[in-house]
Design a protein around this ligand. Structure first.
Ligand code: UDX
Length: 437
């Protein structure tokens, strides 16, 4: 099938390449000319495992093209909207500028029977408003809301083999036709019996934010337990193991640490709260404000631990910060707890040197005031304190005996509970984990 993908960021670039992998002909469209130029040469503008391979093969076949001109979407039968919905400046609400622009830009090029597929995360109520715009344009196209659940670091796999599909469709025959068309696009996932939920627009929009709100709540729950563990001498990692054996609870997303970040969880729970307040149901999700607060306190907690460990050396001591991305296997530093900790420590006067396998360039663009290094040895050299904030395998596998020979003071704060505490202590380190004695 001929498809267009409007918006070629973390979501759209992966989606466009993956759709070619599934056998379709795709044009990817974005307003950012640099990004489009890179993609057209088969070079991903960000790091995502496996993307480079599928992008290169897709562009080589000629079945994946890129353009900055939305008119090039004309002729495609299905148009995916994958533009960003960032947090609005000065507010917790989502900024819908890019979604609105994508739809209004696309309207003149829609033909009878075309399907517009919204994948961006939007406040509930957006899809029905956009569906009205499409209907009023008289194009004869229809809209499906098909939220995306991909995780960065696993985006290619999550797009090609999703764990579920959700279609929010218009009522009646138009909705039925949309389901048929989208099932054709996702034929391989449908053939693999991927669970499919066909529902209305509002439910589909809510599924996405509810899923992210639940995950964020799960992480903040265990971080709240870490706060209690910290004043009682309990071990939150053992607590997580023990409650995680209950199948109703499950062990995943119960890792206490410096908290969640990234381009989705933080802004999605804030936008959900803002939307619920608009709907007069603020109290229903008021707990998400607490989830956000617990999460942000984790960053302050790591900074406080670092400040206490440094004592008088805070103003001239060297702090080696291991990690900048919001999680491993990603170069994304949006709302990254790791970068936040580095910036806060620098702000307090510490001589911060931060390292990350993939994110140094992105972090540097946002915070040029920090010192960065790509080399672990150089980062650790003569450090008064080491702070691990992103559990990249490169950091987790550092030999504590070797590291102790480099630093000035063998003190480490493990902001992700990712290290073998006993091994680090045995190598002479003063080790502090999150919510662990
Ligand atoms: C998330 C959702 O998982 C995904 O389904 C949705 O489509 C987009 O948002 P992503 O932002 O890629 O995906 O990251 P995720 O793997 O969910 O991790 C989010 C943050 O939570 C990271 O900063 C991670 O380090 C943190 N986290 C995760 C914890 O602190 N503890 C955990 O136990 C799990």
């Amino acid at each position: 099938m001929k498809l267009s993908v409007i918006g070629c960021g973390y979501l759209g670039a992966v989606h466009a390449s993956a759709m070619v992998e599934l056998g379709h002909d795709v044009v990817g469209i974005d307003v950012d000319a640099d990004k489009i130029a890179q993609l057209a040469q088969g070079r991903p503008p960000f790091f995502e495992p496996g993307l480079s391979e599928i992008l290169t093969s897709a562009t080589a076949t000629g079945r994946l093209r890129f353009s900055t001109d939305i008119a090039d979407a004309a002729g495609a039968q299905v148009h995916f909207i994958g533009v960003g919905t960032p947090q609005m400046a000065g507010s917790h609400a989502a900024d819908l500028t890019y979604v609105n622009a994508a739809i209004t830009g696309l309207l003149p090029y829609l033909a009878e029977g075309d399907l517009v597929v919204g994948k961006s995360t939007v406040p509930v109520g957006t899809a029905s408003r956009l569906a009205d715009l499409i209907t009023d344009s008289g194009s004869g196209a229809s809209l499906v809301w098909n939220p995306e659940f991909l995780r960065e670091g696993f985006a290619v796999q999550d797009t090609i083999s999703p764990d579920r599909l959700v279609y929010g469709v218009a009522p009646g025959e138009a909705g039925e036709r949309s389901v048929e068309l989208l099932n054709e696009v996702y034929a391989s996932a449908i053939a693999a019996d991927t669970p499919l939920v066909v529902t209305d627009y509002a439910t589909a929009e809510l599924v996405k934010v509810a899923a992210n709100a639940f995950l964020a709540t799960k992480i903040s729950f265990i971080n709240a337990m870490a706060e209690i563990a910290e004043v009682t001498g309990a071990d939150v990692t053992q607590l997580a193991d023990a409650i995680g054996f209950d199948a109703r609870i499950g062990r995943r997303f119960l890792n206490a640490g410096v908290g969640f970040g990234g381009g989705c969880l933080p802004k999605d729970i804030r936008a959900f709260t803002a939307r619920a307040e608009e709907l007069g149901r603020g109290e229903s999700v008021a707990f998400l404000k607490e989830v956000d607060q617990i999460n942000l306190r984790r960053r302050s907690h790591v900074v406080d631990l670092a400040t206490a460990a440094l004592g008088e050396r805070l103003h001239d001591g060297k702090v080696a910060v291991l990690g900048l991305s919001f999680k491993p296997h990603s170069d994304d530093v949006r709302d990254s707890p790791a970068l936040d900790v580095a910036v806060q420590l620098h702000g307090l006067g510490a001589d911060v040197v931060a390292s990350d396998p993939k994110s140094v360039e992105n972090a540097q663009a946002k915070h040029p005031q920090l010192r960065y290094s790509d080399v672990i040895e150089e980062t650790l050299q003569d450090a008064d304190l080491v702070v691990l904030v992103t559990e990249w395998p490169e950091f987790v596998t550092i030999d504590p005996v070797w590291a102790a020979t480099l630093v000035k003071t063998p003190t480490i704060i493990d902001g992700r509970n990712a290290l073998d505490a006993a091994a680090w202590r045995a190598a002479g380190w003063t080790y502090t984990g999150m919510g662990r004695p």
